[in-house]
Design a protein around this ligand. Structure first.
Ligand code: PHE
Length: 349
C-alpha cells in the first residue's frame, strides 16, 4: 500500500510539471482529488492488517492528499502570475477597414437606362456582339460599298464566312438587333438592346469598345411623334429637366426620315468654350451628338418579314459612354478614362 502512495505522489509530480493552463490544472485536480480520483480509490481499498497499520496508512494517505492540494494551489498561483506571452493587442489603434467594391459607372448607367425603359414597357434583349455582315449591314439596306463596311471602320474576324450571311465581324453598332428582333416576334415590338460595339477609333470621345443601347418600336400607326416623345422622356429622366436636346436631320440607310439627337454639353454648359479663348475639348460647339434615330425604312421592315403597309416603326441608338460624359456632375473630358482601370478615377463614382 505504501508503494501505491509513493507511486501516486511520483506520477503527480511529473504530471504537474507538464501543466500549462488553469484548465489543465483543474483536470489534474479531478484526476487525483475528485470523487472518483486516485486518492479516493486508494481509500476504498481494503486496508487489511492491524489497527496500527491502518492508522499509519490513513495518515499517509491524508498526508499525500494534503501534499497534492498544497502543490496544486502553489502551481495555480504560479500560473496566474506567469507573464502573458500572447501578442499585445492595442484596442485603441484604428482597425483594418475592408474596401467596398461598387458597380463600374457604365454598369450603373445600364441599370438606370433599363429601368427608365422598363417603366415605358420596353423589354430588354441582349443581341450578339459578334455578328454576320448580313445583320449589321445588308439587312439594314447598306450596300456592299458602304464606307462603314470598310475594314477602316469595322473589325473583321478570320472566322468562317457564311454563304448567306457573309463574313463575321465585331458588331460596329447595335442595329443588327433590328432584323433579329423582327424575326423573333411579330409586331407589336417594344424592345431595348444594350450591347458592346467595336470600331477602330481611339481619342477623347472614342474607345475601340463602347456600348450602345438601341430601341426598336414597331406597331400600327407608330409615327415620329412617338419617337420624339420617347427620346424626350428618356433624356429628361436620365439627365434632368435642365438639359436641352435638339434633333438634327441626318442620313442613315436603314431609317427614313433620319436624324441625330444632340444634347447641350455639361462640360462647357452649352457654350462651346472651356475659357474665353479656349474651345471646349469635347464638344467644340456646345452640343454633343448622342444618338442616331429615325423611322424604320420600309425595305428593312420587308427584310424583317413585316408588312410595311400595315406596320410602321422607329429605331434609335444612343452611345452609352457619350451619355456618361454628358451626365450632370460627371464632367468627364476623356472617354478613355472609363476603361483605364484606374481605381482612383473609378472610386469617385
Ligand atoms: N446604328 C446607328 C449608328 O451606330 C445609329 C442608329 C440606330 C441610327 C437606329 C438610326 C436608327 O450610328
Amino acid at each position: 500500500m505504501s508503494q501505491d502512495i509513493d507511486e501516486i505522489q511520483r506520477l503527480f509530480n511529473i504530471e504537474l510539471q507538464q501543466i500549462k493552463s488553469l484548465q489543465e490544472l483543474k483536470s489534474l485536480e479531478v484526476v487525483y482529488l475528485g470523487r472518483r480520483g486516485k486518492i479516493n480509490l486508494l481509500l476504498k481499498k481494503d486496508l487489511s492488517g492491524n489497527q496500527v497499520d491502518r492508522k499509519k496508512l490513513g495518515n499517509e494517505i491524508n498526508e499525500l492528499k494534503k501534499n497534492i492540494s498544497i502543490k496544486l494551489v502553489d502551481y495555480r498561483n504560479k500560473l496566474i502570475k506567469a507573464p502573458d506571452t500572447s501578442p499585445f493587442i492595442d484596442p485603441t489603434l484604428p482597425g483594418i477597414s475592408q474596401k467596398m467594391g461598387s458597380l463600374h459607372i457604365v454598369s450603373y448607367a445600364i441599370e438606370q437606362i433599363s429601368k427608365i425603359f422598363a417603366s415605358l414597357g420596353f423589354i430588354r434583349m441582349s443581341y450578339r456582339e459578334i455578328e454576320y455582315e448580313y445583320f449589321s449591314f445588308d439587312s439594314l439596306n447598306m450596300p456592299k460599298n458602304h464606307p462603314g463596311r470598310d475594314d477602316f471602320e469595322t473589325f473583321f474576324l478570320d472566322g468562317n464566312t457564311d454563304k448567306k450571311y457573309g463574313k463575321m465581324i465585331l458588331s460596329p453598332h447595335t442595329s443588327s438587333c433590328q432584323i433579329r428582333e423582327m424575326w423573333r416576334t411579330p409586331p407589336p415590338i417594344k424592345m431595348i438592346n444594350i450591347a458592346k460595339c467595336y470600331r477602330p477609333n481611339w481619342d477623347v470621345s472614342h474607345t475601340p469598345m463602347f456600348h450602345q443601347f438601341e430601341s426598336l418600336c414597331i406597331d400600327k400607326r407608330i409615327n415620329m411623334t412617338n419617337l420624339k416623345g420617347t427620346i424626350e422622356f428618356f433624356v429628361k429622366n436620365f439627365f434632368g429637366k435642365n438639359r436641352q436636346i435638339r434633333l438634327r436631320p441626318h442620313h442613315f440607310q436603314f431609317t427614313e426620315p433620319s436624324f441625330e439627337v444632340d444634347i447641350t454639353c455639361d462640360i462647357c454648359s452649352g457654350t462651346g468654350f472651356k475659357s474665353t479663348s479656349e474651345k471646349c475639348r469635347v464638344c467644340k460647339s456646345g452640343w454633343l451628338e448622342l444618338a442616331g434615330a429615325g423611322m424604320v425604312h420600309p425595305k428593312v421592315l420587308q427584310e424583317g418579314k413585316i408588312d410595311s403597309k400595315i406596320f410602321s416603326g422607329w429605331a434609335f441608338a444612343f452611345g452609352l459612354e457619350r451619355i456618361m460624359m454628358m451626365k450632370e456632375g460627371i464632367k468627364l473630358d476623356d472617354m478613355r478614362l472609363l476603361y483605364s482601370g484606374d481605381i482612383k478615377f473609378l472610386e469617385q463614382f
